[in-house]
Design a protein. Sequence first.
Length: 453
Amino acid sequence: MTTSTDPQRMERIVSLCKRRGFIFQSSEIYGGLNGCWDYGPLGVELKRNVKDYWWRVMVRERDDVVGMDGAILTHRAVLKASGHEDTFSDPMVDCRTCKTRLRADQLPEKNGVKQCPNCGGKDLTEARPFNLMFSTQMGASADENSLAYLRPETAQSIFVQFKNVLDTSRKKLPFGIAQIGKAFRNEINPRNFIFRSREFEQMELEYFCRPEQGMERLEYWKEERLKFYENIGIQRDKLHVLTVPDADRAFYSKGTYDIEYEFPFGLQELEGVAYRTDYDLKQHQEASGKSLDYFDEETKQRFIPHVVEPSAGVDRTVLALLCNAYDEETVTDEKGKSETRIVMRFHPRVAPIKVAVFPLLKNNEQLVARAREIQGALRPHLNVFYDETGAIGRRYRRQDEAGTPFGITVDFETLGEKDAALRDTVTLRHRDSMQQERVEISNLVENLLAKTR
Ligand code: ATP
């Protein structure tokens, strides 16, 4: 597996994201808020499709997983018991020359000497732990007792609600609880666009099982998660599974895999799949004094379940999709002129816009009316975009950049003006091959739903 980097490619992707409205820097007009990003009209659709597909395959299509949505503001005791208050930190150093704060474990070395990536200085302070949690004050008084945290991961509310979910859903082991939501980490050095940010979203599953099932479920979930990425268009050969070595694993974990993707800035983690034993539930049972065990009706045994956790980042998945989809190719237009076509080759399942509808001419009432009618019929089923401005070739190109897999053009054949047999048909254009076919309007919904679900 190569770890080559391509900074120019990354720059082009970031610039397309801004130009086309996928992702903007947060608070941009005030100079930007470091480590925070806002998703624009195309980005929010892409991100929503990722989350919806995850929820569909991880929760709705399974009998053994239920969902929940926990609060972001978290009781201090929860994060004390989980170990975050005392140990959720990264080693930090300051560069004495340019005053930049840096992660000690990510410093580049020259001739064996660590140096500042910003100014090249070698005068660095000793490393000290920097806690990554954002704290806040709840209520009007600002004392020790009002301290709360913004959650650094979604997992803890799942553990804390384990008993309530178990009792109300009446699930039997093995079963899982899934959650998608925001998490916050005061990263020392946010970087690589949305890869490492201070506010991000996670998609996490805590899969509870019997102790003897742990290792086998770890393998199972690693494979399921690889399938997920393939099903949203990330080829298997762009993914890499790292078996986290014993020394780098959390002490309570019996096995951890990192699923990595070949980003233009190198091979980096998309998701962690970890067998966490009974550590989390045990910690919360001890600290809260409330029982978090499971009673097995068949064996009449009472025990604390073990857990396997696939934990994925929404934003990192979106970034992988953007990097994976970006393509430039040279094409020749009808007049024989060659030009560069920028095309986002998203899998139709995640593409922000599924289909664009174009009347051939905007000043022909009949064409416009027919195109609007088709837009109206498709709208309840999938995300449709209507565009009537500019030459048809230009309109196709705009949709290529947005990654829209299908384009429908309403032309004079549709109206039956050229050939009666073609009445009520439209041109369906395919983004990747640019090929066009004639299809019947009456089958459009079914046809497109089959290709985009
Ligand atoms: P890293 O080593 O990259 O900081 P991590 O191992 O601390 O990540 P986990 O705590 O396992 O990450 O979090 C699970 C997932 O959440 C990661 O695989 C990643 O997809 C996502 N994630 C974690 N931190 C960030 C962040 N700062 N920005 C965006 N996504 C993140």
